[in-house]
Design a protein. Structure first.
Length: 252
């Protein structure tokens, strides 16, 4: 039975990183916070299987590419309003709240409104999804750094072409042809290995491999789209056969 709250009760918001997709990759603390929640405000890519059986109200504010049914300002207000009612509010997000997840915006909104807020980190898909596709984002003697970018935003192709280590692109599938073409024009080697890991840690996981010159055609042939993580760099060839086009899911 849900806890009853008086109007004077003080609520709280907890931003919880749900990890890269699989239900069992959330942290122990994140799981514990879900079990305490009066209301869970969840994203589309969060581990929604964990919501079954919770004694909490579920509010789905998930976004899809080019479709944001609940604008960010409204999400912020939901968190604030529910906490002001005295509820324990868990904002469940995919990956980590502070890695391209708008967690900072939600934190600031709650703090500006005088609402107590806490953050629980999660495993970011920027590092976990490549791992699921057997791509280490760093590898001794090959790459000692990672440049992580959002595919939604413009980044100088010259900067990307000159970066000597690994590049990880989140939310970039819609701009993959433009991204690769701009890097090639800026002088990046056309044979630079690229991997696209689709639906990491799910039964539908697939990994498509190619080069900067071929990866766009490969993903079109394989029918791979969002959600996916793009990895660019020599690390792509370190653990798996680079000629292999598609790998099966590592686990169901």
């Amino acid at each position: 039975m849900r806890r009853a709250h008086s109007p004077a009760a003080r609520g709280k918001v907890v931003l919880v990183g749900g990890g890269p997709g699989a239900d069992d990759l959330i942290t122990v603390r994140g799981q514990r916070e879900l079990e305490r929640a009066d209301v869970v405000v969840t994203d589309r890519l969060a581990p929604v299987g964990l919501l079954d059986g919770l004694d909490a109200e579920i509010v789905d504010v998930g976004k899809t590419p080019h479709r944001h049914p609940v604008p960010q300002d409204e999400i912020n207000q939901i968190l604030i309003d529910r906490a002001r009612r005295g509820q324990y509010v868990v904002r469940l997000k995919g990956g980590d709240p502070f890695v391209l997840g708008r967690g900072g915006e939600e934190w600031n909104a709650c703090r500006d409104a005088g609402v107590e807020v806490e953050v629980v980190p999660g495993v970011s898909s920027a590092y976990a999804a490549p791992m699921a596709g057997l791509v280490p984002v760093t590898h001794r003697g090959v790459a000692s750094g990672v440049l992580m970018i959002s595919g939604h935003d413009e980044v100088s192709p010259e900067v990307l072409a000159l970066w000597p280590h690994t590049i990880v692109v989140l939310m970039g599938m819609g701009r993959l042809p433009e991204l690769t073409a701009s890097m090639l024009r800026a002088g990046k080697d056309a044979d630079t290995p690229v991997a696209v890991v689709h639906k990491a840690y799910s039964p539908e996981q697939r990994t498509v491999r190619g080069t900067l010159a071929t990866i766009t055609g490969r993903v079109l042939t394989e029918g791979v789209g969002n959600p996916a993580v793009i990895v660019i760099g020599e690390v792509v060839d370190q653990l798996a056969d680079p000629a292999e086009a598609v790998r099966p899911a590592l686990s169901a």
